[in-house]
Design a protein around this ligand. Structure first.
Ligand code: SER
Length: 591
């Protein structure tokens, strides 16, 4: 039963559309206004406000295929399955249908669309604990579909509870679906979740009925939601009986191109081929996002830099010139642009940034590799100490994983803790470090964050008043302590301009203007003078427009303060270059 990439995508979207769902475009892979998360890691993340009860403009039944980046396992890339970028097929009920319908549709999709037999299925349900009851209801619906008792398993929170994505937020019991491959390798107690090969997880339906609060309690949400997710790449492999995700059509063009450029075969150096293919694809999607993120030494920009540099090093290993990077990227863009038009729209930006990063890195790569050889030749034991690893980073631009990769190939290890200490001491990464930030997940919508979000709108409007219409938002990141705002502008701002912008924002705050929200069609919003950043990403039928007196009017999802008077005193701490033609402001609100 071979399926192509597009067949699977369409099968998913058409199925849920036939069940009354509206298809929404994939949200950005860079979360907007989420202080503590670097990338979108699941389809539900951009939908959190709506799972919490806010009205979604596209209705209560949604489906999409979301671009996701997960970098916790970056070092595992090189095996047959790990990917940093992947696509998650999802559907949601926002206070609409619940368990009964979802189980019935899951069964229908698996058996009638993907062609699995009822006997091949195994499912798990939540066993219950002090926070939430045993989910006999869901098990009952599976039985209604004809599953036998021995196809239904009950597990605790560690297996059958999903979320919250961060420390707080929507979550709930789930029912996971597995395909029983028939041959237990481990023994008679094998059950879903075991990795011996008997069971392959295929889908997860989460019944998001709870909100985990900061003090660890599970409160009932105002509405009962469904959040499901099926990994596209993994499912495509499984359906086609392919063990190696890089052997699917999703990577075939890149692998072929690498073979022809290197004169080597994929099997000659699986790891190198796979790392290039994965990291290149992830880099293209991150750079191709409308937010205009560029490689840097902090946060998402640093992850991007690592991906690109590790790809370059592996190209070198295969004997491919680093300058081929943009050509390889073109192949990825061509493959995916039909489904993700932003890649075509941002093609020049992607290629230029890859070229710049490649040039920048090529300057230090050769000398750095020589230095690395020297370091390895002079080691007393089998560990490269943290300071040396940091020196390689600081002087030659070798990210830690990069040094680790070379070390591993030579049977050595790197003192990661030591490296991190040096790294933090030099404040090369913002605060606790991006990985930690990544792990701690989604933001609360705290008062501080909300106020800074409103201040961001005032700042945007003030910048346009002082610097002109050339200014457009390129990115925004807010932590409870500060806002960070990237915008298009060709030169450094003068101290007078910075002061003028600050004064304008503070005047707007002192006027104590109410912040109001109206819902209207997108064209009406634009007609009324509202700034709309991501026109193609909104639902044209209904957008929210936030107005702050006569000062600012922007299409935005919220949340915002009720009155500009709530914000406190606005202060710009830093104005710097973010990338060519893009400036970055960091600002705070003082009490
Ligand atoms: N949020 C769940 C997951 O990521 C279902 O979409 O698995």
């Amino acid at each position: 039963m071979p399926f192509t990439y597009h067949e699977l995508r369409n099968l998913w979207l058409d199925f849920f559309k036939s069940k009354g769902h509206t298809e929404i475009p994939s949200a950005s892979v860079l979360p907007e206004n989420d202080p503590t998360v670097l990338f979108t890691t699941a389809g539900m993340q951009p939908l959190i406000p709506y799972l919490m009860g806010q009205k979604h403009p596209a209705g209560t039944r949604l489906t999409d295929i979301q671009k996701c980046v997960r970098t916790n396992d970056i070092a595992d890339v090189g095996d047959a399955s790990h990917l940093t970028f992947f696509q998650m097929m999802g559907n949601w009920s926002l206070g609409d249908y619940f368990k009964k319908e979802m189980v019935a549709w899951s069964f229908e999709f698996l058996t009638q669309k993907l062609g699995f037999k009822k006997e091949q299925l195994a499912v798990t349900c939540f066993a219950g604990d002090a926070d939430a009851p045993r989910d006999d209801e869901t098990a009952g619906y599976w039985k209604e579909q004809g599953l036998r008792d021995d196809q239904i398993f009950f597990c605790g929170k560690e297996d059958n509870w999903w979320g919250p994505a961060g420390q707080t937020g929507p979550c709930g019991p789930d029912t996971e679906m597995f395909i029983d491959n028939g041959q237990p390798k481990c023994g008679p107690d094998c059950k879903p979740g075991c990795h011996c090969g008997k069971y392959t997880e295929i889908w997860n339906d989460v019944f998001m009925q709870y909100n985990k609060t900061a003090d660890g309690k599970y409160e009932l949400l105002a509405q009962k939601n469904v959040d499901t997710g099926m990994g596209l790449e993994r499912t495509l492999c499984f359906l086609n009986g392919i063990q190696d995700v890089y052997s699917t059509e999703m990577f075939s063009d890149t692998i072929k191109q690498l073979e022809s450029l290197s004169g080597k075969k994929y099997d000659d150096d699986l790891k190198a081929f796979r790392k290039i293919a994965d990291h290149l694809r992830a880099s293209v999607f991150i750079l191709g996002d409308d937010r205009g993120l560029t490689p840097s030494n902090t946060d998402q920009g640093y992850i991007l830099r690592r991906l690109i540099r590790i790809a370059i090093r592996n190209m070198k290993k295969l004997g491919i010139e680093a300058s081929e990077l943009p050509n390889l990227a073109k192949t990825v863009i061509d493959r995916y642009a039909p489904d993700y038009p932003e890649l075509e729209r941002n093609k020049n930006f992607i290629l230029e940034e890859l070229t710049k990063e490649e040039k920048l890195f090529s300057r230090t790569l050769t000398t750095g590799l020589k230095e690395m050889d020297k370091v390895m030749a002079n080691l007393k034991d089998k560990t490269i100490d943290g300071q040396t690893a940091f020196h390689l980073y600081d002087t030659y631009g070798f990210p830690l994983e990069f040094t680790q990769e070379i070390a591993t190939e030579n049977g050595l290890t790197v003192d990661v803790d030591g490296f991190n200490k040096c790294f933090e001491a030099h404040q090369a990464l913002s605060r606790a470090g991006s990985e930690q930030k990544f792990k701690c997940g989604l933001s609360d919508h705290s008062v501080e964050t909300t106020n800074l979000h409103s201040a961001t709108h005032l700042l945007h409007a003030a910048l346009r008043k002082v610097l002109g219409d050339e200014v457009a938002q390129k990115g925004s990141n807010i932590t409870p302590e500060r806002l960070r705002f990237d915008f298009s502008f060709g030169r450094k701002m003068t101290p007078e301009e910075i002061k003028q912008v600050e004064d304008l924002v503070n005047e707007a705050i002192n006027k104590k203007m109410p912040i109001t929200c109206e819902e209207m069609p997108l064209d009406k919003a634009i007609e009324s003078g509202a700034t709309a950043l991501f026109k193609d990403r909104y639902d044209a039928e209904l957008v929210k427009v936030y107005t702050m007196g006569d000062f600012s009017k922007e299409v935005c999802g919220g949340p915002h303060a009720a009155n500009t008077g709530d914000l406190g005193h606005f202060k710009i701490k830093k104005e710097e270059s973010s990338s060519a033609g893009v400036r970055r402001i960091k600002a705070i609100l003082e009490k």
